[in-house]
Design a binder for this molecule. Structure first.
Ligand SMILES: NC(=O)c1ccc[n+]([C@@H]2O[C@H](COP(=O)([O-])OP(=O)(O)OC[C@H]3O[C@@H](n4cnc5c(N)ncnc54)[C@H](O)[C@@H]3O)[C@@H](O)[C@H]2O)c1
Ligand code: SF4
Length: 431
């Protein structure tokens, strides 16, 4: 990974020092870079002088103190928290106060790694799209303490959508915001991305949509936010600019969108096809204490049914998500999901098993309560495996009930019923 990042930065004209623990590793790394540059040259994706310049921009070292003068350090050591923390503690002591320290972790919390740095506010996460030297796209992720100066969504570069082979995609994503004010106990959004809800300036979002339409005239767009419609005023301003653009789009939101008829009209007019909503439970049981700050979903529960009908009456389908195995869920919860779907006419349903991801408040609580089946085992964090002891169900009841529910929900007959029911509801609403 480190080779690819070094090569990309060197090709872009930056002076790069590649650091590893032995000269042998560096030799292997440089060999990879030379091979990759050779291939790019053979395919005429770079010129001979670009190849030469990239190689001139590259130096190697086995001494981390050589990073002392860097403006940006990208760490790409193996995926081990202790190792990454050690490297960040050293970098923090070595590098100048203005240097940005980036971790290339795939799955460790940015905030945990940043905690090793004396100035965690200058630590960000980077996620490169592969193969790095070919794609050239990088997502920047802030930790809980990353300062606004280190990462502001206004500074997010416009993705180079034109590099994608558009025939291979059925949707493209645009991110308008990060984080979510609800802070659900099981959700990694506030832990991994940001503890504070932030939005991209509207003009930047519109610019990204234009870039997409330059390569795909009638695109399907997914607003890849944790919770898109937190700020209704922002969307009331943005959506009118999408009128007449021939878009279809999808977003994830909380149910507050159902309170705003004007917003729902705008959503429909501009091509909203579906919203995905975390309902979490088909009954009040399980909702108390789900969010860390308040019981927003519990208070909303009496209005779930009306809200779903309101959204669907606008021709926007609702994909309702349920998390099975919340504290308080009994083995009745599976039948309750089926009954809820029949009663509300939900068009689409998504079910997952409650999953304590390491680093989340849920994980910490279940660890304190001695309810994790296997600590920090990422392999069971699939959203479909049971990796904790539920209450009051048993592990087996949750496993088997979940499997039975999936078969019942997604069989052809029930799926067709959900589709037909939505069409009938729409006809009746407009009769
Ligand atoms: N999309 C992405 O952004 C993406 C993709 C793949 C991997 N990753 C992440 O990148 C990181 C590296 O993954 P990889 O597959 O390249 O690992 P790797 O094991 O292939 O390479 C790690 C390199 O780090 C070196 N290293 C170990 N300790 C070091 C130290 N103290 N100082 C300097 N160098 C040291 C190793 O010698 C090795 O060359 C991981 O955190 C991984 O999760 C991210
Ligand atoms: S509402 Fe959804 S996005 Fe927001 S914290 Fe809860 S689970 Fe995460």
């Amino acid at each position: 990974m480190g080779n690819g990042i070094a090569q990309m930065a060197a090709l872009a004209g930056y002076t790069v020092v590649m650091c590893d623990i032995t000269s042998d590793m560096l030799e292997v790394g440089m060999g990879e870079i030379e091979r990759s540059l050779g291939k790019l040259l053979a395919k005429e994706r770079i010129t001979p002088s670009q190849r030469e310049a990239a190689l001139e921009n590259l130096a190697t070292t086995t001494a981390l103190p050589d990073a002392a003068d860097a403006d940006l350090v990208v760490e790409a050591v193996p995926e081990k928290l202790d190792l990454k923390k050690r490297v960040f503690a050293e970098l923090d002591a070595l590098c100048g106060g203005d240097a940005i320290l980036a971790t290339n972790t795939s799955a460790i919390s940015i905030s945990s790694i940043a905690s090793a740095a004396g100035k965690p506010e200058r630590v960000v996460g980077t996620h490169f799209f592969g193969p790095v030297p070919l794609v050239g796209l990088c997502e920047i992720i802030g930790g809980l303490l990353t300062s606004k100066d280190t990462f502001d969504m206004a500074d997010a570069p416009v993705p180079a959508f034109e590099l994608l082979d558009i025939a291979k995609y059925n949707r493209l994503t645009v991110q308008t915001s990060r984080g979510c004010p609800h802070h659900c106990e099981f959700c990694a959004s506030s832990v991994v991305l940001t503890g504070r809800y932030k939005q991209k300036p509207i003009a930047k979002v519109l610019n990204e949509m234009e870039r997409i339409q330059a390569i795909w005239a009638r695109p399907f767009i997914e607003f890849a936010d944790d919770n898109t419609f937190v700020d209704h005023a922002y969307w009331r301003e943005l959506l009118p600019a999408l009128r007449g653009k021939d878009l279809r789009w999808f977003a994830e939101t909380d149910l507050s969108v159902a309170d705003d008829a004007r917003l729902l009209d705008l959503m429909r007019e501009t091509g909203c096809a579906q919203v995905l909503v975390g309902l979490e439970s088909p009954a009040e049981t399980g909702l108390a204490g789900l969010e860390l700050r308040n019981d927003w979903k519990l208070r909303r529960f009496p209005h779930y049914r009306d809200a779903i009908r309101t959204i669907q009456s606008h021709g926007i389908t609702v994909n309702g998500c349920f998390v099975l195995g919340l504290d308080g869920h009994t083995s009745d919860v599976f039948d309750q999901v089926i009954a809820f779907v029949r009663e509300t006419g939900l068009y689409e349903v998504q079910i997952t098993v409650q999953t304590p991801f390491p680093g989340t408040p849920l994980y910490e609580r279940l660890e304190r309560e001695g309810r994790l089946l296997e600590a920090a085992n990422w392999k069971t964090c699939t959203l479909f495996d049971v990796n904790f002891r539920p209450r009051p169900m048993t592990v087996d009841q949750l496993r088997q009930g979940f499997r039975r529910l999936a078969v019942e929900l997604y069989n052809e007959e029930f799926t067709n019923w959900r589709r037909a029911n939505f069409r009938k509801f729409r006809r009746e609403a407009h009769a």
